[in-house]
Each structure stands twice: as structure tokens, then as C-alpha cells.
Design a protein around this ligand. Structure first.
Ligand code: GLY
Length: 387
């Protein structure tokens, strides 16, 4: 297999991003309009859940180049996020997405104590969202939701990607309480979100007083019983990371189960649509973010299966190869079809979809860019570990 496209992709990213970052100093982008980034750094939008990903891009670029431009932009963004960190109503379970690629990345790379403090405050908030009723779960959002009212008992599969903030805090403080909380949530997610066939639900509601399972919601996918592809990707990567951080084999088994389901649904062209279970005749839309996130999950899982003492060497190698091949297939499809190398355009990856039933589909979303870069960095050995 010719893999020279991986180095070509990296070269294009590095050449393009220098221009893009220089043109967009001080911004915190989510999407583009006419190929220009929007800016969510103002007080009314600084708490948007994706605002950490631009920081993640900047730190990954800094890791690869040591160019001080990227570091200073990332530091500026991190300070702006304090408006959110000190506003209890603006905090949700997304603290991992928000502060792992920013403050925690900064601390890991530079030892900045102010950044460590931010990361620990964010972890404290995330742990504080844990409801210990029954098996326990981390509450996703505040207030009410258009999908079904009061969210007090709601947890979502995406939260698996926020748990590494708790694992980091436990490591940092040499105190297992954050990790114990994360594992309680991961166990609840394993039992309630992952179906027999390895597919994942998006939203589960629990009775907030007893912790009993109430029902699930289709959320950002097609509907109840469907298979929202980004949710599958969050589950795949998230359980892999819970295994990476805890060594508990049940999380590895869950990640393998979700991965097997995901692999069996990748189409021949490697292009991932928004939901794997849209009824025939209904529209479906490309979601490049699902492909990029699942690829990062599979590349990480390929490394983690090497630690599996329940398998012999041949089984481990075969699984790892299958995961890598699937990731490469999806990444190549992204590169061939949806990669914008033009430095005049701010976006890197096209055709991302936030939610099936939204009015808009197939636009650019910053975490599509982020996870594509993370995947290419993993494949070329320059990744800054974020999760
Ligand atoms: N975490 C929300 C989403 O994936 O759109």
C-alpha cells in the first residue's frame, strides 16, 4: 500500500496552517463562512463546547514545529477560557473537550502552573457533575433540552471522551477519587449505552434519585435505535482511552466490540455518513468528523491491543492491523475527497455534520480539522498526547 500521501498531508497542513493561524490571530473558531473562520471568543460564545479544539490544533502545530506563534496563540486562547471556567452556569460535562487540549496540553508541554490550576479546577467541576445514585453517572448538560425536557438525569456517550480529564487529575494529584468517579461513569456507560451488537446509544436518561435507567433518546442521530456515527466514534475512542488510563480489561473488550461494529459498517469508499441506520429512502449526510475521530480511536486501539495478555501474538497483530487498515482507509478517503490544502481557505476538512435533524449539513467544523491533524500526527510520530 502506498502511504506517501500521509507525509504529503502533513506537509500541506504545516504549510497551510502557518498562513491560516497568522490570518486568524485571537480568534476561537468553530466553522467557516465563505472559507473564513467565525470567532467564538466573545463573552456570549466563549463557553461553546468546541472551543478547546482550536487550542488543540495550536499545540499540535507547536509540537511539530516549535514555532512560538502557535504557543502564544494557544496561551491567549487558554486565558480567554477563564470567562467560562469561573461561570458555574456555563460549565457542562464538556470540560474534557474544553481544557484537555488547552490548559492540560499547555501544562504537559511547558509545565505552566497556571495551566495546571485551570485543568484541576475543570476536573473538579467535571467530578462535581457525578450523580452517585445507583451505579452513578456524570450529568451531561444543564437545564432543558429540545430533545425531551429536563436533563437532570441525562448522560451522553460523548462524555467518554471527557473522562480523561479525571484520569489526568488523579495522576497529577496522586489521588484515586477522580479516577474512581470516571470508572463509575464508564461502567454505567458500558452497561447502558452499548448495545449487544456493539452499536452505541447517544443519550440515556436515569432517574436522578435512584439511578435507574429510564429511557434513551436518538439525540444527534436519526432517532431512537439508530446509530449516530460520531457517537459510535466517541464510544470507540472513549472506551479505548478508559482502558489506556486504567488497564481494566472490560474497557478494552468494550472498545473492541464497538470497533468490530464500526468496521463492519465502513462502506467501500471509506466515507462515513451521519448515521449507520438511516432507513432506505431517507437522506443521509457526510460527517467527516466521525471518520476522523474513529480513525484516531482505531489507531490508539491498535496500540492498546498489544497489551492484551488474553490474546496470543498472532491475534494481537491481526486485530491491530485490521484497526490500522480501517483508519487508513477512512483517512485516505478524507484526504482524497474533503481535504482543502489551499492556504487562502481557513478550513482543512470539509463536509462535517453536527446533527442529523439540523437544518444545515456538510459544512466545516473545527474538530474535524483537529482530529484529522491528530490522526496524521499519530501516523508520523509527532503527536502531543491530549486525551
Ligand atoms: N459532543 C457533541 C457532539 O459530538 O456533537
Amino acid at each position: 500500500m502506498d502511504l506517501s500521501w500521509i507525509d504529503d498531508a502533513k506537509k500541506s497542513i504545516l504549510e497551510k496552517e502557518k498562513t491560516v493561524v497568522t490570518r486568524n490571530r485571537g480568534k476561537v473558531p468553530y466553522t467557516t463562512h465563505n472559507h473564513r473562520f467565525d470567532d467564538r471568543s466573545g463573552p456570549d460564545q466563549i463557553a461553546w463546547w468546541t472551543n478547546g479544539f482550536w487550542g488543540g490544533i495550536l499545540w499540535q502545530l507547536y509540537k511539530a514545529t516549535e514555532d512560538p506563534l502557535y504557543r502564544s496563540e494557544a496561551e491567549e486562547l487558554e486565558k480567554k477560557q477563564d470567562q467560562q471556567l469561573f461561570n458555574a452556569d456555563a460549565l457542562s460535562h464538556d470540560s474534557g473537550f474544553t481544557w484537555l487540549p488547552t490548559a492540560v496540553a499547555d501544562y504537559r508541554m511547558t509545565g505552566n502552573r497556571a495551566a495546571r490550576n485551570r485543568g484541576l479546577l475543570a476536573a473538579g467541576n467535571l467530578a462535581g457533575r457525578f450523580n452517585p445514585a445507583g451505579q452513578g453517572f456524570i450529568r451531561a448538560w444543564n437545564g432543558t433540552s429540545a430533545w425531551g425536557g429536563d436533563t437532570t438525569g441525562w448522560a451522553i456517550i460523548d462524555c467518554m471522551m471527557n473522562l480523561p480529564l479525571l484520569y489526568w487529575a488523579s495522576d497529577e494529584l496522586k489521588d484515586p477519587r477522580f479516577k474512581n468517579t470516571a470508572m463509575r461513569h464508564a461502567d454505567t456507560a458500558m452497561r447502558n449505552f452499548i448495545r449487544e451488537d456493539g452499536s452505541a446509544r447517544h443519550i440515556c436518561e436515569f432517574d436522578p434519585c435512584t439511578g435507574e435507567y429510564v429511557r434513551d433518546y436518538g439525540g444527534q442521530g436519526y432517532g431512537v435505535g439508530s446509530s449516530w456515527t460520531r457517537g459510535q466514534a466517541w464510544a470507540l475512542y472513549g472506551f479505548t482511552l478508559s482502558f489506556l488510563h486504567t488497564g481494566a480489561p472490560r474497557y478494552l473488550r468494550t472498545a473492541e466490540k464497538v470497533a468490530a461494529y464500526f468496521l463492519s459498517n465502513i462502506p467501500d469508499d471509506g466515507i462515513i455518513l451521519t448515521d449507520f441506520r438511516v432507513p432506505q429512502g431517507e437522506p443521509n449526510y457526510v460527517d467527516s468528523t466521525a471518520a476522523a475521530i474513529a480513525s484516531c480511536g482505531l489507531l490508539t486501539l491498535a496500540e492498546q491491543v498489544e497489551k492484551d495478555s488474553d490474546k496470543d501474538e498472532n491475534e494481537r497483530q491481526k486485530l491491530a492491523q485490521d484497526y490500522r487498515d480501517a483508519a487508513l482507509k477512512m483517512l485516505k478517503a478524507l484526504y482524497d475527497n474533503f481535504f482543502d490544502a489551499d492556504p487562502e481557505d481557513d478550513e482543512l476538512i470539509e463536509k462535517c455534520t453536527a446533527a442529523y435533524h439540523d437544518k444545515e449539513h456538510e459544512f466545516t467544523i473545527i474538530y474535524g480539522d483537529y482530529y484529522f491533524i491528530e490522526a496524521i500526527w499519530k501516523l508520523t510520530g509527532t503527536e502531543q498526547f491530549i486525551w
